[in-house]
Design a protein around this ligand. Structure first.
Ligand code: FES
Length: 257
């Protein structure tokens, strides 16, 4: 797949250590769906010109035409470089890649569960589902308030429920408990976050005896994003090997654990 230089249109710290980067959207990203990702190439030359996978966080109509955004925590050299891009700078991207979320038709009550920066693709999914007239409850967990996506940035129709480990926002604890309470209400569940969150959700779902569809968007190290390097291999409970970048990143939670 061809890589392309896109232009940064906005770069801002959105909350805590989390940064949003808006860029011009090339035509071939127009058909992307929530849960798909792009490889963003970090660095101007070869140091450290590495591809990093970022979920597409949101899209919008900007002054120069369509734009898309990535959302990321500034945690190292690569993301620090990316956070310093300014409007007018060029960034090299490849995408859209992977298999995104697949909302069922004719179901109404959508439960979205995000851990930390795992909220990034869920925000665009929430935007889309609200546009379609569905009910959306967004359950977000973080260590502190600084890790929770701001309610003011969401469509007003989204019901936001937050949990924090230190109790600084919402209920103290993990997303597991509210997930358990909301699972019977939901028609379909979409999740993105760390593996331990998926394991806890799978345990809740199994104990509930409910067969609700739960789609999990896996985060993993991805060096190529195109099925070449095998850095993103996962080993589902039922055997075999799957690649997050090409078989996923969306998987049925029950196929993984
Ligand atoms: S990232 Fe290289 S095979 Fe998936």
């Amino acid at each position: 797949m061809r890589s392309l230089d896109v232009e940064v249109t906005e770069s801002a710290r959105l909350y805590g250590d989390t940064h949003v980067l808006w860029m011009t959207r090339p035509p071939h990203l127009a058909n992307a769906t929530p849960g798909q990702f792009v490889m963003v190439y970090i660095g101007e030359h070869t140091d450290p010109l590495l591809g990093r996978a970022f979920s597409i966080h949101r899209t919008r109509e900007g002054e120069q035409g369509p734009e898309f955004a990535v959302l990321f925590d500034v945690v190292g050299r690569g993301t620090e470089w990316l956070s310093r891009r300014e409007p007018g700078d060029a960034v090299r991207v490849v995408g859209p890649l992977g298999r995104g979320f697949e909302p069922r038709e004719r179901v109404q009550r959508m439960l979205l569960v995000g851990g930390g920066i795992g909220c990034a693709p869920l925000i665009w999914l929430a935007d889309r589902l609200i546009e379609e007239g569905r009910e959306v409850t967004l359950l977000l967990g973080g260590r502190t308030e600084a890790q929770i996506f701001p309610a003011a940035q969401l469509p007003p129709a989204v019901e936001l429920i937050a949990t924090t480990e230190d109790g600084s926002l919402g209920t103290r604890g993990l997303v597991t408990k509210p997930f358990e309470e909301l699972l019977p209400w939901s028609d379909q569940v979409f999740a993105c976050g760390p593996n331990r969150m998926f394991e806890a959700m799978h345990d809740v779902a199994r104990r509930s005896g409910l067969r609700k569809p739960i789609q999990a968007l896996l985060e993993g190290t991805m060096a190529c994003g195109m099925g070449i390097c095998y850095s993103c291999a996962v080993f589902p409970r039922r055997g075999g090997v799957r690649l997050i970048c090409t078989d996923g990143p969306m998987f049925d939670l029950r196929d993984l654990y």
